[in-house]
Design a binder for this molecule. Structure first.
Ligand SMILES: Cc1cc2nc3c(=O)[nH]c(=O)nc-3n(C[C@H](O)[C@H](O)[C@H](O)COP(=O)(O)O)c2cc1C
Length: 189
């Protein structure tokens, strides 16, 4: 189980900072010993977590619910099969992209990827190293770090490193890039 899962969620393609940086990070890791799976949440969006998905996770077997469970199983399988997970997370309107939130909603399944115990929630997607490239214009991101740490942490993904990419759309781009490459070099030395 030496795979790397790369998840991208920027609505930009060629000029996306988070896409470029997840690729830089991937190239730091990618050796013959890793298989790489790309999950592009914009080219292939995960639907909103809706009534059919909710009912399906609870056991409903309507056609729509079964379809939601199949997709959920596929997404969970990709996480289970990976030891390294690289997530590109641009900041849109003080939040993560809705596509990334939908991905989280589809992998958070009680009884499948986590369970409630007397000691609190226990996640089953553990033993993973997660890198999250947070690309932003310049606003605050503490609440986003907390949201991602808590939701992924509940599923067992507690070993998370955030890479901060700020000011890359401004005249300070060169300084911003130098800073983010220094963060990546510090991780992958
Ligand atoms: C619709 C939209 C909303 C944005 N909202 C924010 C924001 O709330 N805070 C922030 O710091 N940057 C914001 N930005 C700037 C992006 O986070 C920045 O351009 C980042 O590089 C996006 O990642 P990407 O280049 O991978 O698409 C926004 C950009 C767009 C297009």
């Amino acid at each position: 189980m030496n795979n790397i899962l790369v998840i991208n969620s920027s609505v930009r393609f060629e000029n996306s900072n988070s896409r470029q940086l997840t690729q830089v990070l991937l190239e730091k890791f990618s050796t013959e010993r890793h298989g790489v799976k790309h999950r592009d949440l914009v080219k292939q969006p995960v639907p909103h977590f809706d009534h059919s998905a909710f009912s399906g996770f609870g056991g409903d077997d309507s056609q729509a619910s079964k379809k939601a469970c199949e997709l959920s199983d596929e997404l969970i399988g990709e996480v289970k099969d990976s030891e390294i997970i690289i997530i590109g997370a641009p900041v849109y309107n003080f939040s993560i992209p809705t596509t990334l939130k939908a991905w989280i909603d589809y992998i958070a399944r009680v009884g499948v990827t986590f369970n409630y115990t007397e000691q609190g929630p226990v996640g089953y997607l553990d033993n993973k190293k997660v890198y999250i490239v947070l690309a932003r214009g310049g606003g605050s991101v503490e609440h986003i770090e907390m949201q991602l740490s808590q939701t992924l942490g509940m599923l067992g993904m507690k070993d998370i490193t955030f890479i901060h990419a700020a000011n890359l759309d401004t005249p300070e781009r060169e300084e911003g890039l130098a800073d983010v490459h220094a963060q990546i070099d510090a991780i992958c030395h």
